[in-house]
Unconditional design. Sequence first.
Length: 545
Amino acid sequence: MFVLCTDPSVYFSHQYDTEHSKGYHLHTGDPNLDMENERKAFAQYIPDVVKNFVQYFYKAFLANNLYEIQNIYENSYPQMTDEYFKSTPWPEAEDIAMYVEENEEFLVLYQELFYRHIYAKVPGALDIGQRMGSYRNYCHLFNLILSAEHPYPLELPNQWLWDIIDEFIYQFQSWCQFRSRIQKKSKEELEKLAKHRNLWNVHSVLNVLHSLVEKSNINQQLEAYSKAGDPDAVAGEFGRHSLYKMLGYFSLIGLLRLHSLLGDYHQAIKVLENIELNKKSMYSRVPACQVTTYYYVGFAYMMMRRYADAIRTFSNILLYIQRTRQMFQSKSYQNDLINKQTEQMYILLGMCLVLHPQRIDESVMGVLREKPFADKMAKMQKGDVQEFGSNFSFACPKFLSPVAPSYDGLNEPLGNLDKEPLNLQLKVFMDEVQQQFLIPTIRSYLKLYTTIPVAKIAAFLDMSEEDFVTHLLCFKHKMMNVVWTKGISGLDGEFLSGSEVDFYVDKDMLHIADTKVARRYGDFFIRQIHKFQELNRTLKNLPFP
């Protein structure tokens, strides 16, 4: 077991400060040169505890000791980062190469952690060179895995494999946004961006993810698994290896995310056609992956106007998070992301319920009745269009454009283009909201009557009979959604009405029938009984004076 030692840091600090006092690394005025000098000075005096950690990590890697690698990745490495590199980069690969026998495979994995740490904790050190280095390192890593004639002899924890795919897409997303923020960039930076237009090309990213899916035969394995067959029978030599199987599965989730970021929601759901979302599967081993899957599936359903499926998807994962909340209490960037996505999903769920009211689990609805979600829902129910827009902007993914902007005319002032994909998706959603603007008001009137003249209710709404009939047809249309009922593919479904009231127009009369299903009061009372029993047990254990 690797144990952190704090004594060497004292030695390192003393030696480093002593050399600085001798003037060996004076500031030059060039930020890049100063950073390089700092790096060289640090490389010369890497603390012994860091050297020991790297060597211990390397030994676990050579032994292919999955248990120790997982312990290092999930415990020792974050602890070491907080202790020594909270706001500074780790030593670069060439600085620690001598301690790991210059092992190419280990250094590639080390650099994956190195660049990921810079993206997360040291964004000030992130320049075009760092972004290029990270991209090339990912290319190197995936080439090692995909070009092997036989399964690559490497075992990594599922959490790390998911983080590799997740970070790969995040850094592609970050690059797309970075190259579109051109307003404050210098002429030299724009020229460099123009020179490297093909860096982080969307086709390369898609090619990596599809190659991992095909190499692992993961779709064939999932299809066999869903039919209670033997996945190993169709996995092939690579698919039976845990490294390829899990990378293939996580790549499917990566494709879901990437297509959602590009606004192709149909394709986003289609790539998961062999994954049964509503059943526990043997592949649901990483909570961050599971939460991410449901977030993007639910969002894709919402943008496809399949509100019933979006509500079911969000409700299922939010209920899971409620029941396993203890798993997400520890301080880590994965848990921070899960907590943020949880808040986003509550807001998205609230928006879907405003547009398409229906019953959901009482415990999830209880959270929506609390602040700030209750206030947001109340404003949206009153027709506050601006509230819809602000909630969408907060809860939606960070959309991107796969095409680099034109850098022609570098002497002309250019505006930022990174907001254009968001503005486009926001416009599509707000157009949908505008079309449904009067539906809540019409619904409230329909609940009050069984029959009423069309002219009378049109007068209540200050509109002509023709316009009111048009809005009634809109009501019928918007309440009819494709709803998943059976099958594996999330695109399967049939048209069902989600309205709690049904109506028809006969000549000049509007006839309304209440189709709302009676509430299941039993579930509510049983839940309250359990709460009271838990409260009684707590009170019995309290010391009373």
